[in-house]
Design a binder for this molecule. Structure first.
Ligand SMILES: [Zn+2]
Length: 226
C-alpha cells in the first residue's frame, strides 16, 4: 500500500529540518500527540523507505551541483586571459614595403592620398608633390614587425586587442565577466583566477597547512585537468 497523503506530507516536511515532531505538526497531525505520531511514522517501514529514497535523490543532486561548481572553478582558473584581451606588437608601414619604403594597403588608399596632396597643393598655391608608391601595396596591419626594419627597428607599434567575446572558448567564456564603457575607455572584467584556483585546491583538500598555493601546484593541476 502506498503512503497516505498525510504521510507523504510528513516525509516532505521531515526532509526540511529532520525534526520529526515539528514535521508531524506541519503535516497537520494533532499538536498534542505529535510526538507519539512522529515516532510511529518514523518506525513505519514505508515511511522510512520514502525518507531514504528522497534523501538519496537529494544527495545525488547535491553531488551534481558540487561537480558543476568545481567545473566552473576549473574553467575560470585555467582559462587563458590572452584569449579575451592581449597586447601585441604589429608591423609599421616600412616593415614589409619594397626596400623598406612606405607600403600602401592598396591602390585605392594610394590614390586617395594623391588626391589629398593635389587639394593641399592647390590650396597652398604650391606645386603638387605626389607620394611615392615605390614601397608597393599589400600592407597588413596585423603582421608582426620585421626584425630588420630600419624605421621601427623591429618594434612596430604596440596594440591592445580585445577579441570578439562571442567566439571565446568555453573556458575563456567562464573567465569573462563582461565589459563596461568608462570615461577612460572600455573596461574588460574577468573573474578572479587566483580565487578560483584557491577554491579548487580547497575542494580537493590540497591545503595540508594554510600556506599559500604555489606555482608548482598550479602546474600540476593544469596537467591533471588537461
Ligand atoms: Zn617597421
Amino acid at each position: 500500500m502506498a503512503l497516505t497523503a498525510k504521510q507523504k506530507l510528513f516525509v516532505k516536511e521531515y526532509l526540511v529540518d529532520l525534526n520529526a515532531k515539528q514535521a508531524a505538526i506541519r503535516a497537520k497531525y494533532s499538536a498534542k500527540t505529535a510526538e507519539q505520531q512522529a515516532s510511529r511514522l518514523l518506525s513505519n517501514v514505508k515511511v522510512q523507505k520514502a525518507i531514504e529514497e528522497a534523501m538519496n535523490k537529494r544527495a545525488e543532486k547535491v553531488e551534481i551541483k558540487a561537480e558543476q561548481v568545481l567545473q566552473r572553478w576549473i574553467d575560470i582558473a585555467f582559462a587563458d586571459p590572452n584569449e579575451i584581451i592581449h597586447f601585441r606588437r604589429v608591423c609599421c608601414r616600412y616593415c614589409f614595403g619594397i626596400g623598406h619604403q612606405y607600403q600602401w594597403i592598396d591602390e585605392v588608399e594610394y590614390e586617395a592620398a594623391g588626391e589629398i596632396a593635389r587639394i593641399e597643393a592647390e590650396q597652398g598655391n604650391e606645386p603638387v608633390k605626389l607620394p611615392s608608391d615605390a614601397g608597393g601595396y599589400g600592407f597588413d596591419p596585423l603582421i608582426r614587425p620585421h626584425p630588420k626594419c630600419p624605421n621601427c627597428h623591429g618594434e612596430g607599434h604596440g596594440q591592445l586587442h580585445i577579441n570578439d567575446t562571442r567566439d571565446l572558448s568555453p573556458k575563456a567564456k567562464a573567465l569573462y565577466a563582461g565589459a563596461k564603457a568608462t570615461a577612460a575607455g572600455l573596461e574588460i572584467k574577468m573573474h578572479d583566477q587566483d580565487k578560483a584556483l584557491d577554491n579548487i585546491a580547497r575542494h580537493l583538500g590540497m591545503f595540508k597547512d594554510e600556506s599559500k598555493i604555489d606555482l608548482t601546484i598550479r602546474n600540476k593541476l593544469e596537467d591533471f585537468f588537461k
